[in-house]
Design a protein around this ligand. Structure first.
Ligand code: ZN
Ligand code: ZN
Length: 320
């Protein structure tokens, strides 16, 4: 949800104060609280209001925390406050890659901050004044207060020109390549967060640049992983579970069988008198080669058991 959507859910505009937002939040949550409002859509609306409130509370976060006395009189440039967007990716991997982990290479274009102008989009022509180092502004720092005043010596006469490196936008599009490690055992649909790998966004007022470094930040990027499961192979905590069919005779007298784990064939011993759903586990062969490979035996009973029953009745008379 972006900021303007949040405002519209609250029925307020951008000039709303913190106080007005808080008041409206109380009013809306009282109206749509699912305990009070029996409308079937009330719960959705209630969640939406809470999301919007979260977004609205964060609206001031990018501003510096200290007071700033701004005395710029000649702000003849426009600041671009368009909200930068995160970048979303979706990639399909194989089930084997999901179990053992993999690395995904992402190649994409994103907006990065211009280093010539610190992301501001303009540069100031030095006016040769020694009092303000040609910036036109004198900045004084006090207790938690930083004030900038127009330089008395040159009367703040500074020419602002558009930055030549970025044509005044403060950013430019750059090809970005990153390798993302997908952890073993990831669930299909999970989203990996790639902090700061999204787009350029402007930070604060331009006067801070010289003191606080780059005037920009980056949004996050997100990578959603999807894959098709194999019906025969299940993930259980750190273990891989495979079921395998064995016949009754082998279950009784023991033996061995082969199970297939992706491109690997593994021989598994079967103990004498193995019951249905008994397991055999092989350590260090589970998810990401941690955990265990658990082989579950499914005993197949013969279709026609008449002969076996008559044989058993002689050997093992029923006790009840
Ligand atoms: Zn000056
Ligand atoms: Zn620039």
């Amino acid at each position: 949800m972006n900021l303007s959507e949040a405002y519209s859910i609250f029925g307020l505009n951008k000039s709303a104060t913190d106080e007005e937002i808080k008041k409206q939040y109380k009013k809306l949550t009282r109206t749509y609280h699912p305990d009070i409002n029996k409308d079937p859509n009330a719960e959705t609306k209630f969640k939406e209001i809470n999301n919007a409130y979260e977004v609205l509370q964060k609206r001031n976060e990018k501003k510096p925390v200290f007071n700033f006395v701004n005395n710029f009189e000649d702000e003849d440039f426009e600041e671009n406050f368009e909200e930068p967007q995160p970048i979303f990716f979706k990639r399909k991997i194989s089930f084997k890659e999901a179990i053992y982990g993999t690395t995904i290479k992402l190649e994409y274009d994103r907006n990065v901050g211009c280093q010539s102008c610190n992301g501001d989009g303009f540069s100031k022509k030095n006016n040769g004044c020694f009092s303000c180092n040609g910036t036109g502004t004198v900045i004084t720092r006090g207790n938690n207060v930083i004030s900038s005043t127009t330089c008395n010596s040159c009367k703040g006469k500074v020419d602002i020109e558009s930055c030549k490196s970025c044509n005044g936008s403060g950013s430019y599009s750059k090809k970005t390549t990153i390798s993302v490690k997908v952890p073993p055992g990831i669930e299909s649909g999970n989203v990996l967060s790639l902090g700061g790998m999204g787009n350029f966004g402007k930070k604060a007022s331009h006067a801070f640049i010289r003191f606080f470094g780059p005037n920009y930040y980056y949004t996050d990027a997100f990578l959603q992983i999807e894959y098709d499961k194999d019906e025969n192979i299940k993930m259980l905590d750190k273990n891989i579970v495979i079921s395998t069919n064995i016949d009754l005779l082998t279950a009784l007298k023991g033996g061995k069988t082969n199970v297939t784990l992706f491109d690997e064939t593994i021989e598994v011993p079967i103990k004498e008198k193995t019951s249905n759903k008994d397991i055999y586990s092989i350590p260090k062969k589970g998810i990401g080669n941690d955990g265990s490979l658990i082989v579950e035996f499914i005993v197949n009973y013969p279709k026609d058991v008449k002969n076996i029953i008559s044989l058993l009745e002689n050997e093992l008379p029923a006790t009840n």
